[in-house]
Each structure stands twice: as structure tokens, then as C-alpha cells.
Design a protein. Structure first.
Length: 216
């Protein structure tokens, strides 16, 4: 693909070069996704569909770079039905691609399906096996006055849960998860809390935030 990018750039401005590339891509559909980003959107959609018919929906091996391009472009030009077919055929790639599958489902408003996918991959974080040593009033005081103390926040939430105060525990977890720099543990814990409330869209967003920047 790098060679294609270079050759395309170097032929810019040459008469009839675009028609030449159209013919080339027609004969080499594995390049159709790359080419779809070099043409106007209406034409790009056509090349996306060409790729889907010749590659995405066919029983052919798709390299990771091509898969990445499909998942990127599917947000604008793909359909939930195409993604469902893609997920079925590439189940062996689930651990690598599931976040992007879920993001697409979320984009299309299919949050129940997105959460079902994420729930199968992202377990709810648990509290430590040992209880906090500090008393509840001390943990509560620090939570009120130093809410940025993440260790204390988790200890306080754990103690609230152990004492039967589930709403209090949830409030602490969700408050921390609402911060821009919320740690992954709190985001994923909050996601499962929101899913139990059937707030699947929020749950999906929390998991995708938690896993932003990770591989896949």
C-alpha cells in the first residue's frame, strides 16, 4: 500500500492518470479502500462497495492493514449488516477488533449489541481481596475534601459496598468515572454499573474511553 500511495502521488497532474488508476484499482480490488479516500465522497462510497463485494464479503484472507481501513471507513459508508457479516467471518480476530466493532455499533445506535459484545470481553473490575484498614469516617472525610485521591476513593467505595450501601458505592465510582482523567478501573466498573441500569449507550462509551489508546 505504501508503494501505491507513492505512485499515486507522483502521477498527480499527469493527463489521464486518474483514469489509469481507476482501471488499475478495478483489477486490484485490495486497493479499493485506499483509493476510496483519494476521490470525492460519492465516488469513494462506490469504491468502498466495490471492495466489499470483491473482498469484504468474499472468502479471502484480509490483512490487518486492509481490515483497519475497512473498520475506519465503515463508519461513513458501511452498514450494520456488513459489520455483522464481518464479525461472523472474523471471529478469530475478536480480541484485536472488538473495540472497533463496538464503536461502530454505538455509532449506529445499536448499543444493546455493542454492550453484549463488550461485556463478553471486559470483565467487571473487582475490589481488592482485603478490606481498607482506615475507618469509614476517615475515608469519607478524605473523599469529601480530596476527591482526587483515587486510592481513597476506591477504598471508600469498597467499604460502602461492604456495609450494604450500594447507592453510595455507585455514586463514588460514577463520580470518579466522570472525570476526564478517570483511571481505567473506575471507567470499566462504572460501565458495568450503568449496564445494570440498562444505560447501555453510557456503558459502551465508558468502556471505549477506558480502552482508548490500547492495541486494536
Amino acid at each position: 500500500m505504501d508503494a501505491f500511495h507513492l505512485a499515486f502521488r507522483e502521477t498527480q497532474g499527469i493527463p489521464d492518470s486518474f483514469a489509469m488508476w481507476e482501471g488499475y484499482v478495478g483489477a486490484q480490488p485490495d486497493l479499493a479502500l485506499v483509493f476510496s479516500e483519494k476521490v470525492p465522497p460519492d465516488q469513494g462510497r462506490d469504491y468502498f462497495e466495490l471492495w466489499w463485494q470483491q473482498r469484504g464479503a468474499a472468502q479471502v484472507e484480509i490483512p490487518d492493514s486492509e481490515a483497519d481501513a475497512f473498520l475506519r471507513l465503515a463508519e461513513n459508508w458501511g452498514t450494520p449488516e456488513q459489520l455483522q457479516q464481518w464479525m461472523t467471518r472474523r471471529d478469530g480476530h475478536r480480541s484485536r477488533e472488538y473495540r472497533r466493532w463496538a464503536a461502530l455499533l454505538h455509532h449506529w445506535g445499536r448499543d444493546n449489541e455493542a454492550w453484549a459484545l463488550l461485556h463478553g470481553q471486559v470483565s467487571e473490575p473487582t475490589f481488592p481481596s482485603f478490606m481498607p484498614k482506615a475507618p469509614r469516617d476517615q475515608l469519607e472525610f478524605r473523599w469529601v475534601h480530596s476527591p482526587a485521591d483515587i486510592v481513597n476513593a476506591r477504598n471508600y467505595a469498597q467499604l460502602l459496598q461492604a456495609s450494604g450501601d450500594a447507592p453510595g458505592m455507585e455514586n463514588v465510582i460514577l463520580t470518579v468515572a466522570g472525570k476526564d482523567d478517570a483511571p481505567k478501573w473506575f471507567l470499566e466498573k462504572a460501565a458495568h454499573i450503568m449496564a445494570r441500569k440498562r444505560e447501555y449507550g453510557t456503558a459502551v462509551e465508558l468502556v471505549l474511553r477506558a480502552q482508548a489508546g490500547t492495541a486494536g
